[in-house]
Design a protein around this ligand. Structure first.
Ligand code: SF4
Length: 331
């Protein structure tokens, strides 16, 4: 056995953990890698992957209205200059709060031919986000074939590769994978990480490998009640990420998928957390806070710094809560 072999990890992933004596509710979609299981001493990790309280049934089946913007199987075009390609419904581990979890059947693959045709016909698209599921569940050859085909389109300036692997199976980041995708730079990695307990020695080794190979990394975090909904927890996470050369990019409000209600955090509480982050840590460590509104896409919100406006003069609130008058330009 080689614990650090990602194929071994995948093969030995657990679907049933009822005999582990953990406090959880059995579901038929549990999926945990042996690596992830080794992190289960942290309840902040357990709660992300295993049901620990009764699930609810409030919410939407397709909270981002992705069906409405699907142009060909797997290809979603919602924003002007970028497209999203959902290449698989397979992950290394299943997150309880995933917004696609109720709709997995409609994400079971994509058509390369139709994707390339659509991208070729839409010159306004500069960026393709390859997501899933987790595209790193693909073997290197399949992933490279896909990336190569997309990068052969002249107006596609760069690719973003979304993955949860660093948190749940960091051994997936192999030298051979990074070597194989090097010819197709720029490729940005977009990682999903929610708690500092996910940042292990193996996570760090994998993120260093990616960055040292010339691929920048941004992170996405979901704001989750009972897991990371306090400023101190997020401060630790975001500051650590920047230390590792990873830019915290988005903090997302948990999407209103069926079964997610107990994870959701009120907007007012989220804004207070953002205010505290903004006031206390470097701007480099502070992501955008955003959530998705039906078919309207992402909305970024910030605590309001404008107290009032009179004519040309704005009254603004600084990071200490003090008010200042700022004269706007006359031009
Ligand atoms: S890794 Fe991503 S796609 Fe997979 S279950 Fe988690 S949130 Fe959903």
């Amino acid at each position: 056995m080689d614990f650090k072999d990602w194929h071994w990890q995948k093969k030995h992933s657990l679907k049933d953990i009822s005999n582990l004596g953990l406090n959880f509710i059995s579901t038929n979609d549990t999926l945990v890698t042996p690596y992830l299981l080794s992190l289960f001493q942290s309840d902040k990790i357990v709660k992300q992957f295993v049901e620990t309280s009764k699930t609810d049934s409030i919410g939407l089946e397709d909270p981002l209205f992705e069906k409405k913007f699907t142009k060909s199987k797997g290809l979603i075009h919602r924003y002007p200059d970028r497209a999203l390609l959902v290449v698989t419904n397979k992950c290394f581990a299943n997150c309880r709060f995933c917004f696609r979890k109720n709709n997995w059947n409609s994400y079971d693959g994509f058509s390369l031919k139709d994707t390339i045709e659509y991208l070729n016909n839409h010159k306004e698209i500069r960026e393709v986000l390859i997501s899933g599921g987790d595209p790193l569940t693909f073997e290197d050859e399949s992933l490279v074939r896909l990336i190569k085909a997309i990068k052969s389109i002249k107006h596609i300036a760069f690719i973003r590769l979304a993955t949860r692997a660093l948190s749940v199976l960091p051994y997936r980041i192999t030298d051979s994978l990074l070597e194989a995708i090097k010819p197709y730079k720029p490729i940005w990695f977009s990682i999903h990480v929610n708690h500092i307990d996910e940042i292990t020695k193996d996570f760090i080794e994998a993120s260093n490998k990616i960055i040292d190979s010339g691929f920048p990394i941004v992170s996405q975090t979901v704001l989750l009640r009972g897991i990371n909904n306090d400023a101190q927890t997020l401060k630790e996470l975001f500051c650590k990420l920047v230390e590792l050369r990873i830019k915290p990019y988005y903090l997302f409000g948990c999407d209103r998928a069926v079964g997610n209600e107990r994870f959701r955090v009120k907007i007012e509480e989220a804004l207070n957390i953002m205010e505290s982050l903004r006031n206390n840590i470097s701007g480099l460590c502070v992501p955008f806070f955003a959530f998705d509104v039906d078919d309207g896409g992402k909305v970024v919100i910030e605590p309001n710094r404008i107290v009032s406006k009179q004519g040309n003069a704005y009254t603004l609130r600084n990071f200490e809560g003090k008010k200042y008058i700022y004269e706007d330009t006359q031009y």
